[in-house]
Design a protein. Structure first.
Length: 116
């Protein structure tokens, strides 16, 4: 099954009003919520996403890093949302982040915002 991982640096200027594009998107992980935090489990076949993220951190500590998470939107069946959040902890492929307004479900992409 073909899939597209949406990258956050793509522009939408190439799309015209009134045109629709059908994408089949495969999730790279899933969201689990608790009272004051959110956990993202990255599926083992996408562990390279976590490896790349940690490499971007360099000598900076993981805790406190800003992340952009692309996930399924609570309001719509086929809608995606981009949420900025803070990484609290990482244990292997499980990322604990600050609480976000998201339903439990698929994560499409994660991008780092490493500060210099």
């Amino acid at each position: 099954m073909p899939f597209v991982i949406l990258r956050l640096n793509q522009t939408l200027s190439q799309f015209r009003v009134g045109k629709f594009m059908l994408l089949t998107v495969e999730p790279i992980g899933s969201i689990r919520k608790s009272a004051n935090k959110t956990e993202i489990l990255i599926y083992s076949e996408f562990e390279q996403v976590v490896t790349n993220m940690v490499q971007k951190f360099g000598d900076n500590p993981e805790r406190g890093q800003k992340l952009l998470v692309v996930h399924k939107c609570k309001e719509g069946v086929n809608q995606l949302k981009v949420t900025e959040t803070t990484l609290l902890e990482r244990k292997g492929n499980v990322l604990t982040i600050s609480k976000i307004d998201a339903s439990e479900g698929p994560v499409i992409d994660i991008s780092t915002q490493v500060s210099s």
